[in-house]
Design a binder for this molecule. Structure first.
Ligand code: FAD
Length: 413
């Protein structure tokens, strides 16, 4: 049996950032990843750091829109209904969270955390970590008047919380991005957003973490967390058993499978999304775009172009539904008719989604030596560095800069 101070489970952005910030504090860390570093949701996502998207997924109006989408197999949202108690309980909690009150409580925290996370990304970039960080903002574009009106209202709400935006007529939006179609009706520009190459970030930070002393074990799967009383006593893996003073669970969409025997309620549903990365695009937008009605994100990535979208609640299923991939491409062409190019990579990943759209960060009350850092949903890249730093501060008993009650793992009990 091997011994360690802290064992981090999961080599996505959350696990790698956590391991790095722990090692920076002199903690002895081993990170266990069942595949390669960055082989989960952190690999092919849209790479956006978006304080502008701080309204949680569970917000008023979402259920009505979702029900409409459910009737269309190519829509941005799909639920594969099945006899699954966890899924129904999750949907019920999601529905209950879709209130103004929930948005009002969550917004300030999500905006603050994303801003502070961006500062940490900037620090890494200034220290020489190469991951293509660009602070050009993002522009959300609309092709229906109704959605544009809703988008303007949301920008006003965000402005009340200090987030800058510019409302653009169709003409002004096209001046900013000439590749946009004549059919768009307007846009909202968010200057404080940023973007990066997510895989380049996670892989290079894992290298930096190793240099700082983190022991990274890949191709090692955690099978079970064994507990007795108020402690995790050992971690059983495919390559032997480990003991640690403390365990950090950062296994993304798979986190809930490891808490089942621990009397912890962790309602995380995997929400599959796809991306298409065009390796040699003929033309490339100058800044990231969110294509509102089709819910597709368009990110320029160092000469490549990534289109990302769809949210499919289909369990831990990584199969590729070509119809939904094609829907992303078709959706994007409504706004960007000239986007084409040579060489494509199709990817899918599972976002770890909680029903209230907020991550889970903290110690469950029944175990003293477990910290959960998961459930980041659509914001895991944005919130990666700040989550890692917060967990490291928790482990080391440092005072936290935030009230994290909203993210408490016990909130689902
Ligand atoms: C299409 C798409 C677009 C997105 N765009 C954005 C965006 O623009 N901005 C943003 O902020 N977020 C975005 N996201 C969300 C973001 O990708 C996720 O929130 C984030 O990557 C989650 O990181 P993670 O480290 O929690 O999980 P993951 O990256 O999935 O990492 C979890 C790791 O744990 C490992 N693991 C699981 N089980 C075990 C086990 N038993 N033993 C050992 N290892 C295990 C897995 O192999 C995996 O490597 C997007 C997601 C998708 C799908």
């Amino acid at each position: 049996m091997e011994r360690n101070d802290v064992l981090v489970i999961g080599g996505g952005i959350i696990g790698v950032c956590t391991a790095y910030y722990l090692a920076e504090r002199g903690v002895n860390v081993t990170l266990i990843e069942r595949d390669e570093i960055c082989s989960g949701a952190s690999y092919g996502n849209a790479g956006l750091i978006v304080p502008s998207h701080s309204v949680p997924l569970s917000a008023p109006g979402v259920v009505a829109k979702g029900l409409k989408w459910l009737l269309n197999p190519e829509s941005p949202l799909y639920i594969r209904f099945r006899l699954d108690f966890d899924l129904f309980a999750w949907l019920l909690r999601f529905w209950r969270s879709c209130t103004e009150e929930h948005v009002r409580k969550s917004l300030p925290l999500l905006i603050t955390l994303q801003r502070d996370s961006l500062n940490l990304f900037e620090k890494f970039s200034s220290e020489g970590l190469a991951f293509g960080l660009q602070k050009k903002g993002t522009m959300t574009v609309f092709n229906t008047e109704q959605a544009f009106e809703d988008g303007v209202k949301e920008a006003e709400l965000l402005r009340e919380h200090g987030l800058k935006s510019e409302i653009l007529t169709a003409e002004k939006a096209r001046e900013k991005e000439p590749l946009l179609s004549e059919k768009i009706v307007g846009g909202v520009y968010f200057p404080d957003d940023a973007h990066l190459d997510p895989a380049a970030f996670v892989i290079s930070l894992a290298g930096k973490a190793q240099q700082a002393g983190v022991n990274i074990l890949t191709h090692t799967e955690v099978i079970e967390l064994k507990s007795s009383g108020r402690s995790i006593t050992s971690v059983r893996t495919t390559k032997g058993e480990w003991k640690a003073d403390l365990v950090v669970l950062a296994a993304g969409a798979w986190s809930a499978t490891l808490t089942r025997n621990l009397d912890i309620k962790l309602p995380i549903q995997p929400a599959k999304g796809y991306s298409i990365t065009i390796q040699n695009p003929e033309r490339i937008p100058s800044l990231p775009l969110m294509l509102n009605e089709v819910r597709v994100a368009v990110t320029p990535l160092n000469g490549r172009l990534r289109l990302g979208g769809t949210l499919e609640l289909a369990g831990l299923d990584l199969s590729i539904n070509q119809r939904r991939v094609d829907a992303i491409r078709r959706g994007a062409s409504q706004y960007l008719p000239e986007i084409k190019g040579e060489g494509e990579e199709i990817w899918r990943g599972l976002r770890p989604c909680t029903p209230d759209g907020l991550p889970v960060i903290g110690r469950p009350s029944n175990l003293d030596n477990l910290i959960i850092a998961s459930g980041h949903g659509i914001l895991g890249i944005s919130l990666g560095p700040i989550t890692g730093k917060i967990v490291a501060q928790m482990v080391c008993g440092e005072t936290l800069d935030y009230d994290l009650n909203l993210l408490n793992p016990d909130r689902f009990r």
